[in-house]
Design a protein around this ligand. Structure first.
Ligand SMILES: NC(=O)c1ccc[n+]([C@@H]2O[C@H](COP(=O)([O-])OP(=O)(O)OC[C@H]3O[C@@H](n4cnc5c(N)ncnc54)[C@H](O)[C@@H]3O)[C@@H](O)[C@H]2O)c1
Ligand SMILES: [Zn+2]
Length: 361
């Protein structure tokens, strides 16, 4: 078991990483001061893991909220079901909410915790690779709107993040790959040594080698925790975590939520960001090729869907919240391992990327 700390003054919290953590009560119970708990999960994860949590909090009359599974249910309407359940069970403001599931559940349960009675404590128990390396850490919570991804939300930090790496044993291959997209992201934006490690260990990760996965999760969380500690509210460096996301969110929204997985969309988005960085003569051709190759080896798409033309893409990208004062700010790569956030690039170059980085019909 390894522990990292996200250093945010009085809102600091631990990130526990290890095999079998859900079989031990202490990681959870030490962060529950409350008289009540509510476990928020979905219909896929509940049958797999809710019994383990229930056993640890049985004396606290746990309320169980089981939501439908899927990105298309990350909405205000479905969020309201959490409030219905909490109010029906007369949960007070000392209730601790436990998010058990992937990024969709973590984002929704966290937002519910931020809003319920103006804020109740919550704990993240992420069960997908994506949630373990990214979404459970850092306090971004929220839901989608038909006009844009994650457009309704709040910054709200958990009290602890409990990562039981054994939960990955039941994760479908496609979801494992989607999580690897965010893992690769850390190498690209700030950790070139990790990128090189990923090149050497991608086959082990895909084969679910437990040591390789534990290392990748720990290294990813460390990168995320450092960035969030430096810039919790995304006024600067935190924005670099959005590499590929302005392109990727356009794909997710444009195709309809749930068609491409989030990790798949940002994988293609990162290749698009790399392509534009190369057009600006920042990123070397050889590094561009390394990036594309590694993403491909992770079994992720490296081109945008053929159906999204440049005009539609630009329209969708303009809704993303990285637009400040009408200019589209993008995360681009100065080099492999060094990122910048900029709106200073010729529009024609962006259009060239959008036109050339589509899958062939
Ligand atoms: N808050 C943030 O900082 C942040 C960062 C990155 C992504 N996100 C958000 O996270 C979401 C994507 O998260 P995700 O990729 O985890 O998707 P997800 O939550 O939809 O989970 C993927 C699938 O795996 C299933 N699942 C979860 N755990 C499982 C397990 N252990 N075994 C078997 N199946 C399991 C889920 O039920 C679901 O079908 C997106 O909404 C994205 O916007 C948020
Ligand atoms: Zn993401």
């Amino acid at each position: 078991m390894k522990t990292l700390h996200l250093d945010l003054g009085e809102r600091s919290y631990p990130i526990y990483i290890g095999a079998g953590l859900l079989d031990q009560a202490e990681w959870l119970t030490r962060h529950i001061a409350a008289s009540r708990v509510a476990i928020v999960t979905n219909e896929t994860v509940a049958p797999l893991y809710i019994a383990k949590l229930r056993a640890h909090v049985a004396s606290l009359q746990p309320v169980e909220v089981v939501l439908p599974d899927g990105e298309q249910y990350k909405t205000l309407e479905v969020l309201n079901r959490i409030f219905d359940a909490l109010l029906s069970a007369r949960c007070d403001r000392r209730t601790t909410i436990i998010a058990l599931g992937g990024g969709v559940i973590g984002d929704m349960a966290g937002f519910a915790a931020a809003c319920y009675q103006r804020g109740v404590p919550f704990i993240q128990v992420p069960t997908t690779l994506l949630a373990q390396v990214d979404s459970s850490v850092g306090g971004k919570t929220g839901v989608n709107h038909p006009l844009g991804k994650n457009m309704i939300g709040a910054f709200y930090q958990p009290r602890a993040v409990i990562i039981d790496t054994d939960t990955l044993n039941t994760l479908p291959d496609r979801e494992l790959s989607a999580g690897l997209a965010e893992v690769i992201k850390y190498g690209l934006i700030r950790d070139p040594e990790f990128f090189a490690w990923l090149e050497g260990n991608m086959d082990k990760l895909l084969a679910r080698d437990t040591e390789a996965l534990a290392f990748a999760i720990h290294r990813s969380c460390r990168n995320k925790a450092e960035v969030v500690a430096a810039d919790e509210r995304e006024s600067g460096v935190r924005a670099t975590l959005n590499l590929g996301h302005t392109f990727g969110h356009a794909i997710e929204t444009g195709l309809g939520y749930g068609n491409w997985l989030h990790g798949e969309a940002i994988a293609a988005g990162m290749v698009m960001a790399a392509d534009l960085s190369h057009r600006l003569k920042w990123l070397a051709a050889a590094d561009m090729a390394r990036i594309e190759k590694l993403i491909q080896r992770a079994r992720l798409p490296v081109r945008a869907p053929e159906t999204l033309g440049p005009a539609r893409f630009l329209e969708l990208m303009a809704v993303d919240k990285k637009v400040l004062d009408g200019r589209l700010r993008l995360v681009l790569l100065k080099h492999l391992g060094e990122s910048v956030v900029t709106d200073d690039y010729p529009r024609a170059q962006l259009e060239a990327t959008l036109a050339s980085m589509r899958a062939a019909a």
